[in-house]
Design a protein around this ligand. Structure first.
Ligand SMILES: O=C(O)CCC(=O)C(=O)O
Length: 263
């Protein structure tokens, strides 16, 4: 039988593809040059400087985390950022990412969502969770490409993944809500994704992950870019953000909903 489908680009080794499938994550070293990472980091900081008005608790684009010591809210995320940063937008289409994902999927990838997690000093980490959520049509091929802009270390609160647990699928109620995962439910030890700027980690939507507080003196900036396989719903970026915003509004207390905005 012949097929017109192009062969995967073959930028990953067979071992890397097998590792990702078995472990639910893979780390790719030195994917981006220092100058490219410096350009994205500078543009991410420019966006924050020029769009200080966006950093507001009623803005659906931003999220805050409690400071690990004081409990005060600390700004943490711009979700999305690609519409504000041409450098970020370019990275979502970078062939080094898209070709690697084609190898993992065996077909082209489509951008699903993207966010810049700044994680400044003192910000608490992410509670243990899986990224998949039971919304109608939410792609099971969803995965996240994490591009490190700063060192991901034990002190800065590197993302930690629980290997092989993705093979058990979704571990929570399929009720359309976001759920945390109980540590005791997991049969594996966490692996910290210790990354230097320019390194990339890819992890699957069923891979449980978390991160510790940032106890270092520097931000731990990472660009978290999520994709789906083209055959699993095609282009869904705009649809995702429409659904995400509707979900955030529905979750907010009724008396706060009219104040919410996206800017
Ligand atoms: O900041 C991290 O290390 C993880 C973030 C995360 O898991 C998320 O935003 O879903």
């Amino acid at each position: 039988m012949t097929t017109d489908a192009p062969a995967p680009p073959g930028v990953l080794t067979a071992e890397q593809v097998a590792f990702y499938r078995a472990e639910g994550y893979v780390v790719l070293r030195n994917v981006f040059e220092p100058a490219e990472i410096a350009a994205l980091a500078a543009d991410a900081d420019r966006v924050l400087r020029e769009r200080a008005d966006a950093v507001h608790p009623d803005n659906l684009r931003v999220r805050f985390k409690p400071h690990r010591a004081t409990g005060e809210p600390v700004f943490e995320v711009l979700d999305p950022i690609a519409d504000l940063s041409p450098v970020a937008r370019r990275m979502t289409r970078d062939p080094r990412i898209l070709d690697a994902l084609h190898d993992l999927y065996g077909e082209p990838a489509e951008l699903f969502k993207e966010k810049l997690i700044y994680k400044p000093p003192g910000a608490t980490g992410a509670t243990l969770h899986q990224d998949w959520i039971a919304w109608p049509g939410f792609p099971e091929t969803f995965l996240t490409v994490l591009v490190a802009l700063d060192p991901f270390t034990a002190d800065s609160g590197a993302t930690e993944v629980f290997p092989r647990c993705h093979l058990n699928g979704y571990l929570s109620a399929k009720d359309g809500q976001h759920h945390y995962v109980e540590l005791g439910d997991l049969p594996a030890e966490p692996v910290p994704l210790l990354l230097d700027p320019g390194d990339v980690a890819v992890f699957a939507c069923f891979t449980p992950h978390r991160s510790a507080p940032n106890t270092s003196a520097l931000s731990r900036r990472g660009y978290f870019i999520s994709y789906n396989a083209r055959s699993d719903g095609g282009q869904q970026y705009d649809k995702h953000y429409r659904e995400f915003h509707a979900w955030l509004r529905a979750k907010a207390p009724v008396e706060k909903r009219s104040a919410l905005f996206f800017r």
